[in-house]
Design a protein around this ligand. Structure first.
Ligand SMILES: Nc1ncnc2c1ncn2[C@@H]1O[C@H](COP(=O)(O)OP(=O)(O)OP(=O)(O)O)[C@@H](O)[C@H]1O
Ligand SMILES: [Mg+2]
Length: 368
């Protein structure tokens, strides 16, 4: 059963239409990540679920119960705010206890709950301190502690890691995921960071301009994007997009780039795309699907010669930029596949995995 069901939800701020008819069902126990560019409506959707904003129309149900008209405190929701929202004049202990006391939790249970949450988050030694005596990462843990100490039906997180440095963010990503595993609660997590979305989500809901562009498991969206927008949003470095025409070669099909280079499609894909012959399209190729060619040609790999313009080592991998069909593309190569700009190397383009996009609608015609 869906733990959260949203239907045809709309929210306006004056003339700004921030949420445009969202339909969403989230099963009990799932970790859902709402991701999208700044201003696409993530916080508005989360705050409307929590009851901090009123919906203009539509319906929200939690655990089968309509909550659209209930005040926040009656929705059985715990929320972690981006700015922590801790009380500065209370100790960590009292901050965490606050929600429990407000909900009239029996005194003898409060202490046990706080100690358990503190142990889970590794903040036992901080309970007597005040917020001003804590680092950003510690504040973050306290804010999370204050939410999870309550037994709520639904836990909402609004960009909780955005104020942390890169290393701490990586650590906390793992911790929040582990926490979800231990608690088994339904959680909705907002971020604009696609890496956070990919690494943490059971399911990603990608928002664009107040609407859901696509939802599914992280690898679903990564490997089978429905639109050019989704294909370009996930992945770093991003997918390469190249203009092309679908042409016949022999019994099969190839994409012909603007410089005349032809990349043959594997038979299985050519059959599925036969109806699109002679049409213009955009070919989407992820950096990891451009590799330094090995000796034997393999099925589905189209070989080209590339003159490398830019070499960017990152350690295990090196990003190499070169021109393909008049477009600068990035290949994710092994560390020693290329050493300096100007080198000419053979590259295999994995046409099993290329995404073909209709340039007039931006819809993906065919993903791997
Ligand atoms: N209180 C408000 N009054 C007027 N417009 C608002 C208000 N809050 C948000 N908006 C507008 O609604 C749209 C969605 O905003 P929202 O805060 O939900 O975006 P977001 O996806 O959370 O962005 P970010 O990643 O920057 O936090 C934006 O166009 C924003 O300017
Ligand atoms: Mg926001």
């Amino acid at each position: 059963m869906a733990d959260l069901r949203i239907s045809q939800l709309h929210k306006y701020y004056g003339t700004v239409h921030a949420v445009k008819g969202i339909d969403l069902e989230i099963p009990a126990g799932e970790f859902t990540v709402l991701v999208g560019q700044s201003g696409c409506g993530k916080s508005t959707l989360l705050r409307t679920i929590a009851g901090l904003e009123d919906a203009d129309s539509g319906r929200i149900e939690i655990g089968g119960q309509p909550v659209t008209d209930l005040p926040p405190r009656d929705r059985d929701i715990a929320m972690v705010f981006q700015n922590y929202a801790l009380y500065p004049y209370m100790t960590v202990y009292d901050n965490v206890a606050f929600g429990l006391k407000a909900r009239k939790t029996p005194r003898d249970q409060i202490d046990g709950k706080i100690r358990k949450a503190a142990a889970m988050l590794g903040i036992e030694h901080l309970l007597e301190r005040y917020p001003r005596q804590l680092s950003g990462g510690q504040l973050q843990r306290v804010a999370i502690g204050r939410a999870i100490v309550r037994s709520a039906r639904l836990y909402l997180f609004d960009e909780p890691l955005s104020n942390l440095d890169a290393q701490l963010r990586e650590e906390m990503r793992g911790e929040i995921k582990r926490l979800h595993h231990e608690l088994g609660k339904t959680m909705i997590y907002v971020t604009h960071d696609q890496i956070e979305a990919m690494t943490m989500a059971d399911r990603i809901v990608l928002l664009r301009d107040g609407r859901i562009e696509q939802q599914g498991s992280p690898l679903d969206l990564y490997e089978r994007p429905a639109t050019r927008y989704v294909a370009g949003f996930l992945g770093s470095p991003g997918m390469n997009f190249i203009e092309a025409t679908l042409v016949a070669i022999g019994d099969g099909l190839a994409v012909r780039l603007t410089d005349g280079a032809q990349l043959a499609l594997p038979t299985r894909r050519a059959t599925a795309l036969a109806a699109h012959r002679d049409r213009k399209l955009i070919v989407g190729i992820r950096p990891e699907h451009l590799s330094r060619a090995a000796s034997d040609p393999r099925p589905g790999l189209a070989r080209i010669d590339a003159t490398i313009d830019l070499v960017q080592p990152t350690g295990a991998r090196t990003y190499a930029t070169f021109s393909l069909g008049g477009t600068a593309v990035v290949a994710e190569l092994h560390a020693h596949d290329v050493s300096q700009p100007g080198e000419r190397i053979p590259i295999d383009v994995n046409m099993n995995r290329a995404v073909l996009i209709d340039p007039t609608t931006d819809a993906v015609l065919s993903a791997s």
